[in-house]
Design a protein around this ligand. Structure first.
Ligand code: BGC
Length: 765
């Protein structure tokens, strides 16, 4: 080891950076470095075609690496290929012992000793679980998102992982899709901010630090727009929506220096994303200048055959390589067919060189050539995986992710010395569901349940009675098994109703099992399963003081619950500290400030539903007849709109002022508003800025989020908030197929959600 100054400097930076609190620091986007490019040049000169293609090959680590290397079967072949330098990356090999063992195979045995990447889905935590990403986004606090990703990175890198397949930044407007839980909701602006915060958290200030890892912007692109929200389904999307809604988070991530992209399972306009030269070569590596590499999604190169654009593996390889997929995850397509394709002149050598260069670049930036075992440190693994300081952060992130949806008669917050509390609902005592469905290495059943959180929070002597009441799911709740919903015979109702009747206050948990959302968990019906609502109504007959705690991975269509319940907290699948975080809010130790990052529908049939919709030619019932854009059996409006969320205090918006009534393209418009805390508690509010472009070369949304600020105000305190708008904020993908702001009239809105706002107007000259 050469103890030169740069290593010492990195050491100092690392010590500082290992503390997750140190977020929001200067961040260096990924860029090409002349010294690294020279090293890659020399390496590429030494590499055979097979070795270059080897870098483009990624395998799943399915074998038990703790035993001796297997001598036969598929795993033995993988071992042999690693030794021959025909594998560039692994996924799902975890733990220092295992990653070291596999890394040694590559470094000690292959001709050039090129280290492997170890990828894993670190989605909202490695072992310490944070809230699901959709929930976390409800904090609208980018420092919180960064901090949460930082914790995940510290734990994952301590366990040998140097690449996470996150963040997912698929905008989705349809809660039937199970993977809405994994994204940042329905809005491209909020999605872009969240994507950048998470990339920063994972990658830190310098990829070469041993506790930072390569992030992955996925799924490129439009995977969240599958028809009828059915998983892996065909995507029919216009260029207008693709450009204005789907791509902004990806572009922001590329600009923030994300090291890798993952393409998507879906097709767009008849072309599977994995084979899309438009997305991967023209846009990403062309117009956006992305310098990292693109990995296929799991087996998505092979799936070009089932999509019906390739007759066999060879053709699938050719299309993917030409399309710009640099690394093949688990299709074994490149490794078996690409060399011959190059030799036959069907794939240019330059494409293979470029892909290998991009992959090597990430390995150099991660510092793997300086020390291939930099992520293999048992002491760090012991110290950081599940560290107590991470648990404390999970509690903080959890409570900031909670959204107060209703609080009639100020039922909340509860007194800690209430006489007695009945905690009702199978979900309330569940120690596993809060961990969510993409749960990394979380220990099964390790979450703090709502019941435990309440028991720990109340004053001594307060009676807490628990009754499960309803049944949620039965059967195997495994990752591979489809859920079966319990036939609830109502046998738990009686005891639950009795407990509710005898208690001063009822806290009832309802919602979804964690395996109801996530990958491959689309649903046609997003109302509450089973007899949960029926029990809630029965309980309300005997006790009106009921606080509903929702635990779910997606918006639910629950108009009945919303109508009858006096108080509702949206608590998502909140992670390892769920129960404590919820108790912090229930008993007022924390004043909730979350806002919905996605609309809640009144009925499943409203999906897709989103606030930034188009006007249509008939937005209102001006003729007072039936022929306008609406349903005859439900309103158009959502149950809870995007951006919505209450507090234990009240906020008032007043005095919306614009710095000018007209601006020129080079000018900045200042939008000012006075925000007052009119209640009697300190609280945070997320003030949101929206604009509407009244006339465009193509139709424009009725509102688009363009800024937000989260501010803490003391009771009675007023603060003037200032937002800035430039032409960059007003630009969109126009009828001329370019990004530009078009002159004309605009409306500007500021408020506490997307529906209740103050309104002003200005003109862009
Ligand atoms: C998912 C990806 C994930 C990959 C590897 C795929 O099924 O779509 O998001 O990263 O598996 O686990």
């Amino acid at each position: 080891m050469k103890w030169n100054l740069s290593i010492i400097a990195i050491g100092i930076a690392m010590t500082l950076w290992i503390v997750p609190q140190a977020c929001g620091q200067t961040f260096t986007p990924m860029a090409t470095d002349a010294r690294i490019e020279k090293k890659i040049d020399s390496l590429l000169r030494l590499m055979t075609l097979e070795e270059k293609i080897g870098q483009m090959n990624q395998y799943n680590g399915s074998w038990d690496v703790t035993g001796p290397a297997p001598q036969s079967g598929g795993d033995a072949i993988k071992y042999q290929q690693i030794r021959k330098g025909e594998v560039g990356a692994m996924l799902n090999v975890l733990g220092v012992k295992n990653t070291r063992e596999i890394q040694q195979l590559a470094v000690n045995n292959s001709r050039l000793g090129i280290p492997l990447l170890f990828g894993y889905d670190v989605i909202h935590g490695y072992q310490t679980m944070m809230p699901i990403p959709l929930g976390e986004t409800a904090s609208w606090d980018m420092q919180v998102l960064e901090k949460s990703a930082r914790v995940a990175a510290v734990e994952a890198t301590a366990a040998g992982v140097n690449w996470t397949f996150a963040p997912m930044m698929d905008v989705s407007r349809d809660a039937r899709w199970g993977r809405v839980m994994e994204g940042a909701g329905e809005d491209p602006y909020l999605g872009a901010q969240a994507a950048v915060a998470r990339v920063r958290g994972f990658q830190g200030p310098d990829l070469s630090l041993a506790n930072t890892l390569a992030a992955c912007a996925k799924h490129f692109a439009a995977y969240g727009f599958g028809e009828a929200a059915r998983e892996y389904n065909t995507v029919e999307i216009t260029e207008n929506t693709l450009q204005n809604v789907v791509l902004p988070p990806f572009k922001a991530a590329a600009e923030a220096g994300v090291a890798t992209f993952m393409n998507a399972f879906n097709e767009i306009g008849g072309v599977p994303a994995t084979a899309s030269t438009y997305l991967q070569r023209d846009l990403l590596k062309g117009a956006w200048g992305f310098q990292g590499f693109v990995v296929s999604d799991w087996g998505s190169i092979r799936e070009l055959i089932t999509h019906g654009v390739a007759a066999d593996k060879r053709e699938a390889s050719r299309l993917a390589a030409l399309g710009g997929s640099d690394m093949d995850m688990e299709s074994s397509a490149y490794t078996t067919t690409l060399a011959q394709l190059v030799r036959d002149g069907n794939v240019p050598m330059a494409y293979v060189d470029d892909a290998a260069r991009r992959i090597l670049r990430v390995k150099f930036l991660l510092g793997l050539f300086d020390d291939p075992y930099r992520y293999c440190d048992e002491a760090r693994e012991k110290q950081y995986v599940g560290a107590p300081e991470h648990v404390a952060i999970a509690r903080e992130v959890g409570r900031k992710s909670i959204v107060l949806l209703k609080n009639e008669g100020q039922l909340l917050p509860l007194a800690k010395n209430a006489g007695s509390i009945a905690v009702i609902g199978a979900l309330a005592a569940d120690k596993d569901v809060p961990l969510g469905s993409w749960r990394g290495q979380a220990v099964t059943g390790s979450a703090v349940s709502l019941l435990e959180g309440i028991q720990a929070a109340v004053a001594p002597g307060v009676k807490v009675v628990y009754e499960p009441g309803y049944k949620l799911t039965t059967g195997l709740r495994s990752f591979v098994q489809d859920l079966t919903f319990a036939q609830d015979d109502g046998s738990g109702f009686k005891a639950a109703i009795k407990a509710a009747k005898n208690a001063e206050i009822v806290v009832m948990a309802i919602g979804e099992d964690c395996w109801q959302s996530g990958e491959a968990r689309s649903q046609v019906d997003i109302t509450l399963k089973g007899r949960q609502e029926e029990l809630l109504r029965e309980i309300l007959k005997v006790n009106k003081r009921v606080v509903v705690v929702l635990m779910n991975g997606r918006p639910l269509a629950i108009p009945g619950v919303a109508e009858v319940s006096p108080a509702i907290l949206e608590a998502w699948h909140l992670g390892s500290q769920a129960g404590n975080s919820i108790a912090d809010v229930l008993f007022g130790d924390y004043n909730p400030a979350g806002k919905l990052p996605i609309s809640f529908p009144r009925a499943t049939g409203q999906a897709p539903i989103y606030y930034n919709r188009k006007s249509t030619g008939r937005p209102v019932n001006s003729e007072n007849n039936v022929f306008w854009s609406h349903y005859t059996d439900a309103p158009n409006t959502p149950l809870y709109p995007f951006g919505y969320g209450l507090s234990y205090t009240n906020f008032q918006y007043s005095e919306l002022k614009l710095s000018a009534s007209e601006i020129y393209p080079s000018e900045t418009l200042q939008v000012q508003v006075t925000l007052t805390n009119t209640g009697s508690r300190a609280g945070e509010e997320v003030a949101q800025l929206y604009v509407r472009d009244l006339v465009g070369s193509v139709t424009r949304p009725v509102k688009e989020l363009k800024g937000f600020q989260k501010v803490l105000l003391r009771p009675g305190e007023s603060r003037q908030l200032t937002f800035s708008l430039t032409t960059k904020d007003l630009a969109f993908f126009t009828g001329n197929r370019e990004w530009a702001a078009e002159p004309g009239d605009f409306e500007v809105f500021v408020g506490g959600n997307s529906e209740e706002t103050l309104k002003g107007a200005f003109k862009l000259n």
